[in-house]
Design a protein. Structure first.
Length: 376
């Protein structure tokens, strides 16, 4: 008996032509392979339930940090002691959960990933918080330092993706991170547009591959989104130990929100200290002078820095006075224990406040609407 395979071949051809290209993808699920992670990750171990690893929260040394930011809380990327625990058996949700401002996952270099929103107040009309990208709070790599001097991403981590390269991202189809619900995060189509799956993603920015594995895929163009909702139940996935920066009186330094166009960031070990500096330009502010009057500055070059609690320079909010209108800030400079080798040549000494002590304001507001009055 002669078999006729023609109808089968025709059916296969029809299936190939009309099946979406998405089915050609099968992501790499070797998540316990050390090659999945960068050298910044340590202590990788896996069992049937969890992927666990550690990191100090800082990327590769060639990543450009903080540059490009135009609105900052005067924080510095510092080492942390993270322990991550990723659930390997996500439980799919019937009703998807929309993340709020805060962590949503971790990148494969051990840096936390946050929702795109700031922690500022939600817009009364839309119910949404401001975007960190729109507010100018993100650097060239898509991240910034948070309130705890913790560096984290708010959008697709482009410097990390470029570091991983086309081989890992497009060909081996390895993840660039993991969501806190346990699903991997990929960047298909970042280098090779033939791998673009943008039109196939669901409302959470996720999809299922040929083998039934669900994953999220970052947007390769603005606004470089990561995920819009959780497909599965999000779980606590990280622990962190770190020491807050302290001022000369032992109080926590949390940073005053400031319009500052950052041109350079540097971290240098000087003796037993790690000195971190940020250079930039303040477009416009009112500065408290030592005689108690306020002076308006425009396009002023400044440097903020921190080496230890007796060696730092930064801006604080001045006390309110009837004769002073609008927000007034002052530059606090403490140098009693600065390392001899530390270079302070870029500190704008003309802005240093040396008048009566100002009151401690505690944790500064995240609101960015406290603007100085327009000049008359």
């Amino acid at each position: 008996m002669k078999l006729n395979f023609l109808p089968v071949r025709r059916m296969a051809l029809v299936y190939f032509l009309f099946t979406p290209y998405v089915w050609a993808h099968e992501i790499n699920i070797s998540h316990c392979d050390p090659d999945t992670f960068t050298n910044e990750v340590s202590g990788l171990k896996c069992d049937q339930k969890y992927i666990q690893f550690k990191s100090n929260g800082l990327p590769a040394s060639d990543h450009i940090l903080m540059e490009g930011i135009i609105a900052t809380n005067q924080q510095f990327p510092t080492e942390h002691s993270y322990q991550f625990k990723i659930n390997r058996k996500p439980k799919q949700l019937v009703v998807k959960k929309i993340p709020d401002a805060g962590p949503i996952g971790v990148a494969v270099n051990g840096i936390p990933i946050f929702d795109p929103a700031t922690q500022g107040p939600a817009d009364k009309r839309t119910g949404k918080r401001p975007s960190t990208l729109d507010a100018g709070e993100l650097d060239e790599c898509g991240g910034h330092a948070g309130r705890g001097d913790d560096y984290h991403y708010h959008i697709a981590p482009n410097c990390l993706i470029e570091q991983l390269g086309m081989q890992k991202v497009e060909i081996e189809k390895k993840p660039i991170g993991f969501s806190m619900d346990g699903h991997p995060i990929h960047a298909l189509g970042w280098f090779n547009k033939e791998n673009d799956v943008e039109s196939k993603l669901d409302k959470c920015r996720g999809m299922t591959d040929l083998a039934g594995n669900y994953f999220y895929n970052v947007k390769a163009t603005a606004p470089w989104g990561i995920l819009d909702c959780f497909n599965s139940e999000p779980r606590r996935f990280a622990k962190d130990k770190f020491d807050m920066r302290l001022d000369s009186k032992g109080r926590e330094v949390t940073g005053l929100p400031l319009k500052l166009s950052i041109s350079a960031y540097k971290s240098t070990t000087v003796g037993s200290d790690t000195c971190r500096t940020i250079d930039g330009i303040i477009p416009e502010e009112q500065i408290l002078q030592s005689n108690g009057t306020a002076k308006r500055i425009r396009n002023e070059s400044v440097q903020i820095f921190y080496c230890n609690q007796s060696c730092y320079g930064h801006f604080n909010e001045a006390d309110k006075k009837p004769q002073l209108k609008g927000r007034i800030i002052f530059y606090e400079l403490v140098t009693s224990s600065c390392p001899n080798e530390f270079d302070m040549s870029k500190v704008n000494m003309a802005l240093v406040y040396e008048g009566p002590e100002q009151s401690y304001k505690g944790k500064q507001s995240t609101k960015k609407s406290e603007k100085s009055p327009k000049p008359k």
